[in-house]
Ligand binder design. Structure first.
Ligand SMILES: *Cc1c(COP(=O)(O)O)cnc(C)c1O
Length: 370
């Protein structure tokens, strides 16, 4: 095997392919003189709503703000509890704490998503909402979650930051709860060239409330009804997002293709993610599990393959979460996975040759006596 160098992500590679379209958009927005709100944002919002099969989409500053603003619009605050997964990016939890409500963390199943048996014991009379995370781009079991929400009278906010385009029983994520928050961070499946975020919902009242909240609480140019925030998606980023949205299905398809190449290549050596027949995961990450985690990561590094861990520290064991009172051992799955997971490179620009190289390197590791 002659040595290759495969980075975990390569954003510049995609940029080069889009350069002329992006440049045109840059000039168009620049010459228009409209950089905040305006037509480019509205165009992206309607295209995104159409893509997600929802009535409304609202562009905001980033994915965290998308989640936070929905909680604020729904009046979540001190005294309330909101349930989310302990194996997630930290933002799934801090947005709850930022409202003054208490983040209630729960364990995940082997698909890295929330399930009824984990959620049910965490429900109390104070539960106002649940934030299921479609981790790695795999939809959480929304039928189970919506049934619990209906039974116990709380609302469902999808954390779809990693999952734009994913489908659950033929329906797009973003259309499966009361509302959903998406991130347009450069690393996500639909990434812009800075920070960006998006909220989708079918609730017209919520749509109106969110449009006010993201724009200082203003109802129109001069009248303010509620204390708000400044959390908007820039016109320039919206124009870039519109260009990329047209390619998203194709890119997600390629990620699913890469996932299936990986799966077939290494399933005899490590635990690989599997797709159920009712779901279309968009593989924001391809997470394998092995008890030889640290050695395999080092081995791959020596072979020029860059990998990551999502996430090495479950949220309940973070310093910031100390006040919530969880201790080590509280969530055995998440803790076990934290020491056995590896995320392999997965992005549309990866070539079949590169994927084959990574598969060969993993096979070589295991053929050398593991
Ligand atoms: C990226 C991410 C967020 C936050 O999105 P930002 O745009 O970075 O604020 C929230 N939840 C999950 C699961 C994420 O991966």
């Amino acid at each position: 095997m002659s040595r290759m160098n495969i980075p975990f992500v390569d954003l510049a590679k995609q940029f080069v392919g889009l350069e002329s379209e992006l440049t045109e958009a840059f000039l168009e927005v620049g010459r228009s003189g409209v950089y905040i709100m305006g037509e480019r944002l509205e165009e992206f919002e309607s295209a995104a709503a159409k893509f997600c099969d929802t009535s409304f989409a609202v562009g905001v500053a980033d994915g965290s703000n998308a989640l936070f603003l929905v909680l604020k619009a729904m009046g979540v605050g001190p005294g309330d509890e909101v349930i989310t997964a302990t194996n997630s990016f930290i933002a799934s939890a801090w947005v709850i704490a930022a409202t003054g409500a208490k983040p209630v963390l729960v364990d995940v199943g082997s698909d890295l998503n929330l399930h009824e048996e984990n959620i049910a014991p965490a429900i109390t009379a104070r539960t106002r909402a649940i934030i299921p995370v479609h981790l790695t781009g795999r939809p959480a079991p929304m039928d189970e979650i919506n049934a619990l929400a209906e039974k116990y009278n709380f609302f469902v906010l999808e954390d779809a930051a990693q999952a734009i385009g994913a489908k659950y029983k033929g329906r797009r994520v973003g259309s499966l709860g009361l509302a959903a928050g998406f991130s347009l961070h450069p690393l996500k499946n639909l990434g812009v060239y800075g920070d960006g975020g998006l909220i989708t919902t079918n609730d017209s009242g919520l749509n109106v409330a969110l449009r006010k909240l993201r724009n200082h609480g203003l109802k129109n140019r001069d009248e303010c009804e509620v204390w708000g925030f400044n959390s908007r998606l820039d016109a320039m980023q919206a124009a870039f997002a519109s260009i990329k949205l047209k390619r998203l299905d194709e890119w997600n398809y390629r990620c699913r293709e890469i996932a299936s190449l990986y799966r077939n290549g290494i399933k005899d050596f490590v635990q690989v993610p599997v797709d159920q027949d009712w779901e279309e995961c968009v593989y924001h990450n391809f997470v394998i599990r092995t008890k030889y985690r640290d050695e395999l990561m080092q081995f791959l590094k020596d072979y020029g393959v860059d990998t990551r861990i999502h996430y090495p520290i479950p949220i309940h064991l973070q310093e910031a979460a100390k006040g919530l009172g969880y201790s080590k051992g509280a969530f055995p799955n998440a803790e076990r996975y934290a020491s056995s997971m590896i995320s392999l490179p997965i992005y549309p620009e990866l070539t079949d040759v590169e994927i084959e190289y990574i598969i060969c390197a993993i096979k070589k590791f295991f053929s050398e006596g593991k």
